[in-house]
Design a protein around this ligand. Structure first.
Ligand code: SAM
Length: 289
């Protein structure tokens, strides 16, 4: 059954997800701090790590440990506290919970139990890397971590090889070269960017092709990294002349001018303008005269 209730009004309890800094503590938002100061409990992926962050901001609240291996039991406890009217926030180690981090099962459990969910916005390594990559950001695919096993990683990259969207991967420093080599072998020599140590003092973007990135000095790739890779080149459409004429007719029937119709057919089918224009001249120009 559909349920509808404004997040910040109405009787149902709410779980707050807190996006936390990915390196630069200055990126903790005032709103996140306001929500945290008002909360009764902080559930955290790593209570030690989050404890240090909270003490830096002068926040002292009881912690609940909620990580990949206990998310079910911790989730039950958190739901029970929320139902008793307690305020609970959840944070992972860095960035957004649920993005290659725990939280998704907790969110699903809360929603099943009629508990609302909100998030205080903040940094995410994937979005920081994508926006500075210079690669096409119209459509992107967030992959997160590839499988650690060589054969599984190659198989997954093979599945992604035809995806035209910009691809975003997380990787740990000790696997970065294996991953770059595997990417170059499977995806071909595409443009790629390594976004390293985002928001930290040694933030760096290394731009090149996958084969160029494979030649980097391994020792120079320390710290946390995101790899952004351009998507597969869109294949040229193989429409017949008749199909192109039909596509043009559709556009013209929708009331488009000849110029707009030609432009739309070229863009939708990745066709060269002169070809579509010739077909337009042969099939429609006389009718319009
Ligand atoms: N939840 C986080 C987010 O929203 O970005 C991601 C957590 S995931 C466990 C950790 C991975 O994110 C790292 O291995 C790295 O690939 C990427 N990452 C996190 N912080 C980063 C940073 N400051 N610079 C570059 N990559 C980072």
């Amino acid at each position: 059954m559909m349920q509808r209730e404004l997040n910040f009004e109405g009787p149902s309890p709410i779980l707050y997800l807190i996006a936390t800094p990915i390196g630069n503590r200055g990126e903790m938002t005032p709103r996140a701090l306001e929500v945290l100061k008002d909360t009764d409990f902080i559930a955290a992926e790593d209570t030690r790590n989050s404890g240090q962050l909270m003490s830096y901001f002068g926040i002292d609240k009881p912690f609940i440990s909620c990580h990949e291996h206990n998310e079910e039991e911790a989730g039950a406890k958190i739901v029970s506290l929320l139902k008793q009217g307690k305020k609970v926030c959840f944070m992972s180690d860095a960035g957004y919970p649920c993005l290659s981090d725990p939280g998704q099962r907790l969110v699903a459990r809360c929603l099943e139990q009629g508990i609302k969910v909100s998030v205080t916005s903040g940094p995410s390594a994937a979005i920081n890397a994508l926006t500075c990559s210079g690669l096409d950001s119209t459509h992107f695919h967030f992959e997160g971590f590839l499988p650690a096993k060589d054969s599984e990683r190659a198989a997954r990259l093979n599945e992604l090889a035809s995806n035209p969207d910009t691809l975003i991967f997380y990787e740990s420093p000790h696997r970065i070269f294996k991953t770059l080599l595997s990417m170059a072998a499977t995806l071909g020599d595409r443009k790629a960017v390594i976004a390293r140590e985002l928001t930290k003092a040694h933030e760096e973007f290394i731009r090149g092709t996958l084969s160029e990135l494979c030649l980097l000095d391994e020792n120079s790739l320390r710290g946390e990294m995101v790899i952004v890779v351009s998507g597969a080149e869109k294949k040229k459409a193989t429409l017949s002349d008749t199909e192109i004429a039909l596509a043009l007719r559709d556009q013209l029937e929708w009331g488009k001018s000849s110029k707009e119709a030609i432009k739309a057919v070229c863009e939708h089918n990745n066709l060269p303008k002169n070809k579509v224009y010739d077909i337009y001249l042969k099939n429609f120009k006389r009718n319009e005269d």
